[in-house]
Write a protein that binds this ligand. Structure first.
Ligand SMILES: [Zn+2]
Length: 221
């Protein structure tokens, strides 16, 4: 009986399916050391993490992925199709590293339009970054449901008009802030957020984005 239970346990432990392609994950020897894997090696390769470091003036920014076709599809499935199960796939293999890297920071989420979140039933940023064991503040707000893709170059530069701090207090003073977002495109949203956050004299601001769109010069206008 005990042997039977043990075998059952081993089989069930090996019965792990990729949350992205739903294929059975067979190569789990390494992953076993760290718990059950969520994604298969193939999907991970397609996501293609690049750890892109860049700066906005003196602020250090890190993007884990380029906004490639796979990331675009996954994000659409997660946000647009409300596939909550995907919340952990983006950072799965970097949880420990990022928790160490950003120790002592307070997370501030890039703003999203609240009605879209209510409709979706969850905040995609809060779920996606829930692996970070840091204090989290949802204090930035977008006051208009504008999509950057629908704006022209001049309008995009004015996006800061629609970004506001929800509470006017000094919770950020002298704090190390980690501003997080899913996609970095023109940087206008992040720059507008930084401008708002700086009003409270934080000790430091860093930026972590899941993905960064690489914009060619001819795409800007
Ligand atoms: Zn897969």
């Amino acid at each position: 009986m005990q042997l039977k239970q043990l075998l059952k346990k081993i089989i069930s432990e090996n019965d792990i399916y990729c949350k992205v392609c739903f294929k059975r994950i067979t190569n789990i020897s390494l992953h076993k050391l760290f718990g059950n894997p969520l994604i298969c090696d193939n999907c991970f390769k397609e996501m293609d993490p690049k750890f892109i470091k860049f700066k906005i003036k003196d602020i250090s920014c890190l993007a884990i992925y380029e906004y490639n076709q796979k990331i675009k599809e996954l994000l659409y499935q997660f946000k647009g199709c409300k596939d909550y199960e995907l919340k952990d796939v983006f950072f799965e293999n970097f949880k420990t590293y990022l928790n160490i890297k950003y120790q002592g920071f307070v997370i501030v989420f890039a703003p999203s339009y609240k009605e879209s979140e209510l409709e979706r039933g969850f905040s995609h940023l809060q779920e996606m970054f829930s692996f970070l064991r840091l204090k989290k503040l949802d204090i930035l707000e977008k006051t208009n449901n504008i999509k950057q893709a629908n704006l022209n170059f001049e309008e995009r530069k004015n996006i800061y008009k629609y970004i506001k701090l929800r509470q006017n207090n000094d919770v950020l003073t002298n704090k190390k802030i980690l501003l997080v977002d899913d996609v970095y495109t023109t940087g206008n949203t992040i720059k507008a957020c930084i401008k708002e956050l700086k009003k409270f004299n934080p000790k430091k601001i860093s930026v972590l984005v899941m993905s960064k769109r690489i914009i060619k010069n001819d795409e800007i206008r």
